[in-house]
Design a protein around this ligand. Structure first.
Ligand code: ADP
Length: 402
């Protein structure tokens, strides 16, 4: 989806959602005001009757309790089952002669439900008013706002669904971009060792070079190096995609991890020597066997050691150790390279993820090695952790059941 089109869709959706809420709000307000008007008319009708009765029955005296109950009765007759606060207000004095609820006098004073009357014999310097104040019950408020709340709720659900689909679309785009980058990267990276190997072969075909022992072993070393890199790369990509298939299953058997470490170390000796580094092993696991898939565990250690070497700018110093603790078989690979910041550590196991800052750019890679390592660990029901600090190297620790 094109960027402008996505922006267009988001704007249209936002406009529609806001309009919906505004329409619902206006509608609810209209309903409110219609209800209020009907309510006022009913109260007026009841109060007309109250005043008429007061004129007939309560000559000379207004019995306050009787006034409250008369009002409540008449309100009930028009279908209003509420007990309002009642006040008898002397207009010219600006004071209450009576109020059913003294705490509500402020509310009574501003209430719109104000009815003028002048019964014979009542001592008041001016005109009298009966004022009512209704405490709106929570239920009536909730009831009348229900429509608005429901619309807001529905809009929120639609917005949430919209955000989820947009995010899925975004992820899809990101994945597409990463896949394209990966293919471009891989083609480029495979072409480089191929041309290096063919160049080294050409040199070896030269009689002068072939007879010089030092030069010959240097070119053979280059070929072995590049070959090894391609082998790990192809193997990792192949196994990683195999693992994604549903029918994938590990071939588990008791394997000697120390022997595997020995094999991996052997295959990196030339690379390490060429770079003037060293590779140490501390194989303390006793017994050294664990139930695992030999091929994948070997690739896992290869990948960790290969990264340790790749991300060590000077002479690499790698330490591979095995141990046992709390019923777990621990394999750890330590390097003294560039390290990984805390923030990046969260992402390095994601497929195609590569740290994109600093001098990491110079290092060949596709961001697939650690995701494969994590897949292997997960399939073995183990766990993997990183301890690293930029500039101080990294330690990857794999813990397997066993
Ligand atoms: P890549 O092919 O890029 O090496 P990986 O999946 O093996 O892909 O690693 C992902 C990223 O994690 C790398 O791009 C690198 O930035 C970082 N990384 C992995 N291992 C190390 C390490 N030992 N030291 C520093 N950074 C590392």
């Amino acid at each position: 989806m094109k960027r402008w089109f996505r922006g267009f869709i988001i704007s249209i959706f936002a406009l529609a959602a806001v309009s919906l809420v505004v329409i619902q709000f206006l509608q609810t307000r209209r309903t409110f005001s219609v209800n209020d008007n009907m309510f006022s008319v009913s109260v007026s009708t009841a109060m007309d009757e109250v005043i008429r009765q007061l004129g007939v029955e309560m000559q000379g005296d207004i019995r306050n309790q009787a006034l409250d109950s008369l009002i409540a009765e008449e309100l009930l007759m028009v279908g209003i089952d509420l007990h309002p606060a009642v006040g008898l207000y002397d207009g010219s004095q600006g004071s209450f002669l009576y109020s059913s609820d003294p705490g509500m006098e402020d509310m009574l004073e501003v209430s719109p439900y104000r009815y003028s009357f002048s019964p014979a014999g009542v001592t008041a310097s001016g005109q009298l008013f009966i004022i009512l104040a209704f405490k709106r019950s929570l239920l009536t408020i909730i009831d009348s706002s229900l429509y608005l709340y429901m619309s807001i709720f529905l809009v929120l659900i639609i917005a949430a669904m919209f955000i989820v689909s947009m995010r899925t679309l975004n992820n899809q785009r990101k994945l597409d971009r990463m896949k394209n980058e990966f293919i471009g990267n891989m083609t480029h990276e495979i072409k480089t060792p191929i041309s290096t190997i063919s160049l080294a072969c050409e040199m070896l075909q030269d009689n002068g070079v072939a007879q010089d022992e030092a030069m010959r072993s240097n070119f053979v070393g280059i070929i072995a190096d590049e070959n090894q890199r391609m082998r790990i790369l192809v193997e990792t990509i192949l196994q990683s995609s195999k693992m994604a298939s549903k029918n994938f299953a590990l071939t588990l058997r008791e394997i000697d991890v120390n022997a595997i470490v020995g094999k991996v170390v052997q295959s990196f000796l030339i690379t390490i020597k060429n770079r003037g580094g060293r590779i140490e092993t501390r194989l303390d696991a006793e017994p050294p066997t664990v139930l695992a898939d030999e091929l994948h565990l070997t690739n896992l250690i290869y990948n960790l050691v290969d990264n340790g070497i790749k991300y060590s700018p000077g002479a690499p110093h790698i330490i591979i150790s095995t141990s046992r603790a709390d019923g777990k078989f621990i394999i750890s690979v330590r390097d003294h390279g560039i390290g990984i910041s805390k923030q990046e550590q969260k992402h390095v196991f994601e497929k195609f993820y590569r740290v994109s800052t600093g001098n990491v750019h110079d290092v060949k890679g596709f961001g697939i090695g650690l995701s494969y390592v994590a897949q292997v660990v997960h399939l073995h029901h183990g766990s993997i952790s990183i301890e690293s600090e930029p500039g101080n190297g990294s330690t990857f620790t794999v813990s397997l059941i066993g």
